[in-house]
Design a binder for this molecule. Structure first.
Ligand code: KIV
Ligand code: NA
Length: 259
């Protein structure tokens, strides 16, 4: 059950070994789970890397539910976490209603972006028994207001602000916090000063309790936007184009055989 999966993640605090990936469909969930991934995020990044939107601000709850249901059909051993899309948690009541829908669809936990201003919403969800993962640092749902993807935690004041947000989330009951694009020094300070695991992306190596990557960055399957910190382990966009070319030649050659 979901409580055991969450407890397994909590136990990894301090070990630096939580391996998390985003995941958006059934075959990928089976493969990533078989590989031993600890944490599968049905992230709103799917808006960009699966649905072709320019950023995550066009993602609707229906999109997340559609992909979450596919991931859940794989019955992963990994913890399945689903993102609350933008404007599905504008109030504590709406946050709880959205989290309940994701939980009913099979998510083990939900994730939302932001610190102090979200604490009351996090509390509403955790009070209902649904585990919540926080997300601090660069918040992609605010990319338009911020005018791009900026590094966070560059000054002691910024670092303290992120730490204050993290403490507010911990008080509201989060079991983990994703840190995105936080400087290595700041992410280390935050990791050492909160009791729940931090899961980093774009925060440097070994500064958090674990790491999350967007699956298309790992697989090289979305070549049009690759963040500077991505470490691809495959080149699926190339393999896909090559396979399609071979198929096309095969079809055309056969056609030329018809008298
Ligand atoms: O949606 C997503 O992929 C995320 C990760 C970047 C943590 O929120
Ligand atoms: Na996200």
């Amino acid at each position: 059950p979901h409580q055991d999966k969450v407890a397994a993640i909590s136990k990894m605090k301090g070990a630096g070994s939580i391996a998390a990936l985003t995941c958006y469909d059934y075959p990928m969930a089976r493969m990533l789970d078989e590989a031993g991934t600890d944490f599968l995020l049905v992230g709103d990044s799917l808006g960009m890397v699966v649905l072709g939107f320019p950023d995550t601000t066009s993602v609707k709850l229906s999109h997340i539910l559609h992909h979450l249901e596919a991931v859940v059909r794989a019955k992963p051993k990994a913890l399945v976490v689903a993102d609350l899309p933008i404007h599905t948690y504008d109030t504590p009541e709406q946050a709880l209603d959205t989290a309940k829908q994701l939980f009913a669809a099979g998510a083990d936990a939900v994730k939302l972006e932001g610190g102090i201003r979200q604490a009351e919403k996090v509390r509403a969800i955790t009070d209902a028994g649904i585990p919540v993962c926080g997300h601090l640092g660069m918040l992609p749902q605010r990319v338009i207001e911020e005018g791009g993807y900026q590094k966070k935690g560059k000054t002691p004041e910024q670092t303290q602000a992120i730490l204050d947000g993290a403490m507010a989330l911990v008080d509201a009951g989060v079991f983990a916090i994703v840190l995105e694009s936080v400087t290595p020094a700041a992410s280390r300070i935050i990791t050492e000063n909160i009791p729940v695991p931090t899961i980093g992306i774009g925060c440097g190596n070994g500064t958090c309790d674990g790491e999350i990557a967007v699956i298309t960055d790992l697989l090289g399957s979305f070549p049009w936007f690759v963040p500077p910190f991505a470490t691809p382990e495959a080149d699926l966009s190339h393999s896909t184009t090559e396979a399609a070319k071979k198929y096309i030649s095969r079809v055309r050659e056969q056609k030329s055989l018809i008298p």
